[in-house]
Design a protein around this ligand. Structure first.
Ligand code: THU
Length: 131
């Protein structure tokens, strides 16, 4: 539980950097790597809309681009007040680097929810399918 709280805190800190002039919907994420490092990210919108990057992918891509390819936990928070679950694209990207890990969410009431990726993204397309 303690490391969930730390990850949620880091996700909240990262949410402060969200670039959301279009939706005003701010999201923060923090990923914990197998080696124990934490990488954070926020959503970064774009005038083209389609080029927007979600907070989860920002955090994950930061980790992978620094050589960390195994993720054990991801915490996500948003400005909505509700639990905010990753979009379909993020679920697929997360599944590439985290198979058995935990997704951790907190709402504005301070309630914490912890689930497995397989609960919200079963039968994912993986690199094994390509072999
Ligand atoms: N968004 C995220 O960053 N992560 C999510 O889990 C849901 C959606 C962003 C994308 C966009 O900037 C805004 O939230 C509204 O969709």
């Amino acid at each position: 539980m303690e490391h969930y709280k730390e990850l949620l805190l880091k996700a909240k800190e990262a949410m402060a950097y969200a670039y959301t002039p279009y939706s005003k919907f701010n999201v923060g994420a923090a990923v914990l790597t197998k080696s124990g490092k934490i990488y954070t990210g926020c959503n970064i919108e774009n005038a083209s809309f389609g080029a927007t990057n979600c907070a989860e992918r920002t955090a994950l891509f930061k980790a992978v681009s620094e050589g960390e390819k195994e993720i054990t936990d991801i915490a996500v928070v948003s400005s909505s007040g509700d639990f905010t679950y990753p979009c379909g694209i993020c679920r697929q990207v997360i599944s590439e680097f985290m198979r058995e890990g935990n997704l951790i969410f907190e709402n504005s009431k301070g309630e914490i929810k912890v689930i497995k990726l397989s609960e919200i993204y079963p039968y994912s397309f993986t690199k094994e399918n390509l072999l």
